[in-house]
Design a protein around this ligand. Sequence first.
Ligand code: NDP
Length: 495
Amino acid sequence: MSNDKQLTTGAGIPIGDNQNIRTAGPRGPLVVEDFQVFEKNAHFNRERIPERVVHAKGAGAYGYLVVTADVTKWTKARLFSEIGKKTEAFLRFSTVAGEKGSADSGRDPRGFALKLYTEDGNYDIVGNNTPVFFIRDGIKFPDFIHTQKRDPRTNYKHPQAQWDFWSLSPESLHQLTTLFSDRGTPKSYRHMNGYGSHTFSWINENGERFWVKYHFKTKQGIQNNSTEESTRLAGQDPDSATRDLFEAIESGDYPRWSVCVQIMPEAEAETYHINPFDLTKVWPHADYPLFEFGELVLDRNPSNYFAETEQSAFEPSSIVPGIGFSPDKMLQVRIFAYPDAHRYRLGANYQMLPVNSPHATQANNYQRDGAMRFDANGGNDVNYEPNSAGGPAENHVYDEAAYNFTTDGVGARYDHRVDADEYTQAGNLFRLMTPAERGRLIDNLVQDMQPVSRDVQIRQLKHFHAADPAYGEGIAQGLGIAIKDVVDASTAVPD
Ligand code: NDP
């Protein structure tokens, strides 16, 4: 009969002594037959799994998304099919560049990764707290992240690499303006917005497609730490955001976001003056206003950090019927990269882990075997398809809706900088800030760029100046550079 108070080995064998190793005499060496001490230490040595290359430090919670307005004319997705419908959710917040033990408060975008356990399988919206990103073509992602990490020789972080890269990648300017603004140091995970960032599609019952962008607007209000406060917290309270989220939920103060969407009919993408699939640009609200249709609430902490938050795995490829992708060049690469990262970090069966498996339905397929396959592995059911045994089969009802990937089907590496407007929206953001906000933005940038080489400073200043002359002049002044030298400089900016 099992006794859950009896300490056992992994094989369930009762342990008599967990304090003393087995030795040859009271002062003699360890005897090799003490398999208990070997098992205990060997398992301990294997407690760590690879940390995520990005978004390594995170905090998660469960909750739900409830629909508050009718969106059925735009999407047939069943989770959005009626007002009042609730879908269970898991949300993982994170910082991006720091390692798993890094401080929560640093200047960095924040991840906002949402898993919705729908009756049609899991729907993941893997976003950030910023509506745009540093790059728009996924082929640049590994290079970009290398500049955010440690120097390959010294193993410390130095801003030279990131400003070198950013100054040569002017599409980063819009995100940089957000990152170095007050919103670059959110007070907590509760006091910031989330954005799906990419353009996705919604498909209705008639097969009509609408391009959409998700916005999750915090009901706690936007609150940010000053640069000084975020530096203090990094030293004195490095887990500040993780703790804030846990304690708020534990005390019944459940964080909430209103769930909104911008909607563009499919054909308008052809004529809209901004490329709607460019991740470095927003859709101005005046053109595409937000439509609020739901509320997201977090009301339950995980009971085990590793099992749930660390092992949670989100992937923009997980979409459900009624939802579609878009030709966004970052999204297209992320559709591959995220599941690939999970297979490396967690193994081929990562979707079977409880936090990742569907909760409102079940996986039904012919995937078998693989490391750590800990369920019945399909038992003695047939393991191929098609079959005559009545096993799970396809249903064309669920075929993806067709869409025009391109009006010109020639395969080539098209220049993603073709519209060359890297400046208007970054300038718009600068101009909507109050004078005090602009002053802090400029101070933060001057502080970060100070250690960078002069040629890179000047190349980057040209971008700030192009976004708004006052923006460029303010930073140039802080760096002790005459704006005339910036304007006159012939420093090369890529085509
Ligand atoms: P709007 O004036 O309609 O929208 C500006 C939006 O900017 C606000 O709704 C708010 O978005 C966000 N915002 C306000 N203050 C700040 C700040 N200090 N720092 C960062 N973001 C702020 O104009 P547009 O839609 O034409 O956008 C103008 C600029 O605003 C854009 O170039 C972009 O940089 C920024 N922005 C636009 C968003 C969009 O989806 N259109 C979303 C976020 C920023 P929110 O409610 O999401 O906080």
